[in-house]
Design a protein around this ligand. Structure first.
Ligand code: F6P
Length: 349
């Protein structure tokens, strides 16, 4: 009997998910597997929502954003009977194995289910935040950086016309990868990130120095996860009101750009405006680089399934696609190295 392979996408969507689904499915169908899309991430396993993926289902999806099988932020460990439901389906009555495509939360669940119950699962690293360990890059990140860089380029001309400071808020819940990379690429004058927080006072001093040199417009890029940090040592995270969090305990961020712009205008007197890029960074077609990376990850995941290397994840190290333990990938977040931030800082002020 043909082996039944399930594929799920969990957490925030990102460009390239469909490219992975296509590659896993194509290679596995060619090997004689039956491939099943699990609807809406882990929730689909709790509710038994499956749909067959055949050659027709994956035709034409390579350049499409989003995920054809849907996603959710469901955590089976936070739902009564959730883990049991997953175990009944995977390695049980519905599926012989599972490919989980996700970030720290989705793959954290996969790693735990493998560790505690020997779930036959392999992982693929997805997130625009690029904060998973053991891999140089996650797919989706390149597209997000491209979109943010384009926005910064566009903001330059209007900033210059009006002599304004433009604050651009980008995604990045725990890490400043998108902010630093798009900021360097777009020539930002100040960049603020969660893991190496400069103070509001220092940011304003950089802007004043620039204006004193005769540049009367500036671009400031801030990660949504940056905590407003003051010389006094105080700091404060800005989240959405009313406060909400998901089943993984993450608060809904957003709004730090506004708060920062307010501080800048108050302290420097420079007219300031804010642009929040938000989910624009996650939508639409993946860049060629993300399409290629996602495709390579998908083929590797299908191979890991075929070799029954459960508990592993496809990863990029240098130019090579390799297998790494899921547990290592989710053990700690990959933050922006000091050297990258120093590169950005060379152009502050
Ligand atoms: O998937 C990562 C991410 O895009 C974070 O950068 C952001 O904080 C979060 O997801 C937003 O989540 P949601 O789509 O649930 O608003």
């Amino acid at each position: 009997m043909a082996k039944r392979l399930g594929v799920l996408t969990g957490g925030g969507d990102c460009p390239g998910l469909n490219a992975v689904i296509r590659a896993v499915t194509r290679r596995s169908l060619d090997r004689g597997y039956e491939v099943i899309g699990v609807r809406a991430g882990w929730r689909g396993l709790l509710e038994g929502r499956f749909e067959p993926l055949d050659y027709r289902a994956i035709s034409g999806i390579l350049p499409r954003g989003g995920t054809i099988i849907g996603t959710s932020r469901t955590n089976p460990y936070k739902v009564d009977g959730g883990v049991q439901a997953v175990l009944e389906h995977v390695g049980g009555r519905s599926l012989d194995a599972l490919v989980a495509i996700g970030g720290e939360d989705t793959l954290g669940v996969a790693a735990r289910l493998f560790d505690e119950h020997g779930l036959p699962v392999v992982g693929v690293p997805k997130t625009i935040d690029n904060d998973l360990s053991s891999t140089d890059y996650t797919f989706g990140f390149d597209t997000a950086v491209y979109i943010a860089t384009e926005a910064i380029d566009r903001l330059h001309s209007t900033a210059e016309s009006h002599n304004r400071v433009m604050v651009v808020e980008v995604m990045g819940r725990h890490t400043g990868w998108i902010a630093v990379m798009s900021g360097i690429a777009g020539g930002a004058d100040v960049i603020l990130i969660p893991e190496q927080p400069i103070t509001v006072e220092d940011a304003c001093a950089d802007l004043r120095r620039r204006h004193e040199r005769g540049k009367d417009f500036s671009i400031v890029v801030v990660s949504e996860g940056y905590e407003l940090t003051y010389a006094s040592g105080e700091s404060r995270q800005v989240g959405q009101e009313p406060a909400a969090s998901d089943q993984f305990g993450h608060v809904r961020l957003g709004g730090v750009g506004d708060a920062l712009a307010h501080e800048i205008e108050e302290r420097t007197g420079y007219e300031t405006r804010v642009t929040v890029l938000g989910h624009v960074q996650r939508g639409g077609s993946p860049t060629p680089r993300d399409r290629v990376l996602a495709t390579r990850y998908g083929l590797k995941a299908a191979d890991l399934v075929h070799e029954e290397r459960w508990g592993f994840m496809a990863a990029l190290q240098g130019d090579a696609i390799v297998a790494v333990p899921l547990a290592d990938a989710v053990a700690e977040l990959k933050t922006v190295p000091r050297e990258f931030y120093d590169t950005a800082k060379a152009f502050f002020g």
